[in-house]
Design a protein around this ligand. Structure first.
Ligand code: SF4
Length: 213
């Protein structure tokens, strides 16, 4: 299994690189965190950082590590104690940080990113605003193509995330997406990122471990 996933991740890394992403493979979550903290962020020269909602970023301990580092101004959009109005403003400001860290809902074998957002701040920042974006993706996010990615998201990731976020949506009761009209619907903005523009702006770290939803 380890040899299989290592080869598959290397193939996806090459596909991402051919699409102008800066692409890396890390052996596990700890190696990915070290890569991000000691190499990828310092190479950007970033002074400010922020985050998209991501179980993978949380699992790597990146938020606390950056908050503990006085070299960075951290716009902590993961702070759930913030009042909604303050969080809204922080998310707006996060669109202009030097380096934005996030997960992705799926990575195709052709080297594309597929995402579905509730608010749009995560995919907005992925595509314009922050000078650099670092995307962390566990091996469980790899899918053959865009169709399988959208299916994975709609059938699995979105209902599971709605449960994680304790939303009042039909999928939380049934586990199945019902294309709801709920006020708390988390499925509002689809994006397919075919290439990084400018080249290298989006850096993808593929991690040989199951992480996130
Ligand atoms: S559209 Fe509604 S029911 Fe479907 S996954 Fe999203 S929140 Fe759940």
């Amino acid at each position: 299994m380890a040899a299989f996933t290592a080869k598959r991740l290397e193939a996806v890394r090459k596909a991402l690189a051919a699409n102008n992403f800066e692409a890396h493979v890390a052996a596990d979550a700890a190696a990915a965190a070290e890569l991000v903290l000691t190499q990828l962020i310092p190479e950007t020269g970033a002074g400010s950082v922020s985050f998209g909602g991501s179980g993978t970023v949380a699992a790597l301990g990146l938020v606390s590590a950056l908050l503990d580092n006085p070299d960075y101004a951290v716009l902590n959009t993961t702070d759930k104690s913030l009042a909604p109005a303050k969080m809204y403003e922080l998310r707006r400001k996060a669109l202009l940080v030097d380096c934005f860290l996030t997960g992705t809902n799926a990575v195709t074998e052709a080297g594309q990113l597929v995402n579905l957002d509730m608010i749009g701040n995560r995919v907005g920042a992925m595509h314009f605003g922050p000078r650099h974006v670092i995307v962390l993706a566990g091996r469980n996010k790899i899918v053959p193509g865009v169709a399988e990615g959208t299916s994975r998201i709609r059938q699995f990731a979105a209902p599971a995330n709605a449960m994680r976020l304790d939303k009042k949506t039909p999928c939380v009761k049934t586990s199945f997406c019902q294309d709801c009209n709920s006020p708390e619907r988390i499925c509002n903005v689809w994006t397919i990122t075919e290439k990084s523009y400018p080249p290298g702006r989006i850096k993808v770290v593929l991690i040989d471990q199951d992480l996130g939803i």
